[in-house]
Design a protein around this ligand. Sequence first.
Ligand SMILES: Nc1ncnc2c1ncn2[C@@H]1O[C@H](COP(=O)(O)OP(=O)(O)OP(=O)(O)O)[C@@H](O)[C@H]1O
Ligand SMILES: [Mg+2]
Length: 224
Amino acid sequence: MPLTINNLNHRIHDGHTERWLLTRVSLNITPGECVALTGDSGSGKTTLLNLIAGLEPVQQGEIYVGGQGLQHAKDKTLSLLRKQTLAMIFQHYNLLSSLNVMDNISFSARLAGRYDEEHSLSLAKNLGIDHLLDHYPDTLSGGEMQRVAIARALGPRPKLLLADEPTGNLDNSNSDKVIAQLLSLAKSHHSALLMVTHSSSVAEKMDKIYRLKDGLLSQQSGGG
Ligand SMILES: Nc1ncnc2c1ncn2[C@@H]1O[C@H](COP(=O)(O)OP(=O)(O)OP(=O)(O)O)[C@@H](O)[C@H]1O
Ligand SMILES: [Mg+2]
């Protein structure tokens, strides 16, 4: 299973007081499943992705990514997991400005020791950025940068792809195009996808929709 969360509780410091941000959160994502994560600003969506990526320590409960438990995992295990098993796509692309598009796309796969030129080129082609391979990020449009970030994330063939509002900076028509490409690539790679989105039209394209509210995660009708 790419992702299993059992009874996760997460407490944060809010000024002088402590409060529970996440309570009894449980979630299963099966291979190739595409799941939307919605919820008001401040409801804890990014925090939940950071916990799944091993960027914040698990306080109570269990998270398994590709069968590996994150609770009590050592830093080395977590960094290996980030290289080999999961990938993240951020709202602000996080492209490497000193590398051209081809090297940006290849970066994660090389880091994972799984670079395959043919695979990188086929991702670029599928995302319609193969004419930009020798361009540098500062010459690209927002939609182009986001497609480079998607190609880079899929390069190492991750079991689980985490995306935090990946089209937050794009207009609706570009956003729909990029999401459609992301979904079809995730499906064809059997990569599970957990994507934060504020857009209901984006959420409706996913297999399942979950909502975070008052610390609780619940499945919504719709999606699929
Ligand atoms: N390490 C931390 N220490 C203290 N407070 C934190 C920490 N991380 C997050 N928070 C708080 O937790 C709440 C949830 O933040 P988070 O970024 O997860 O929300 P979000 O659902 O992603 O919101 P948005 O939709 O605006 O991105 C916020 O009130 C934030 O200030
Ligand atoms: Mg957020």
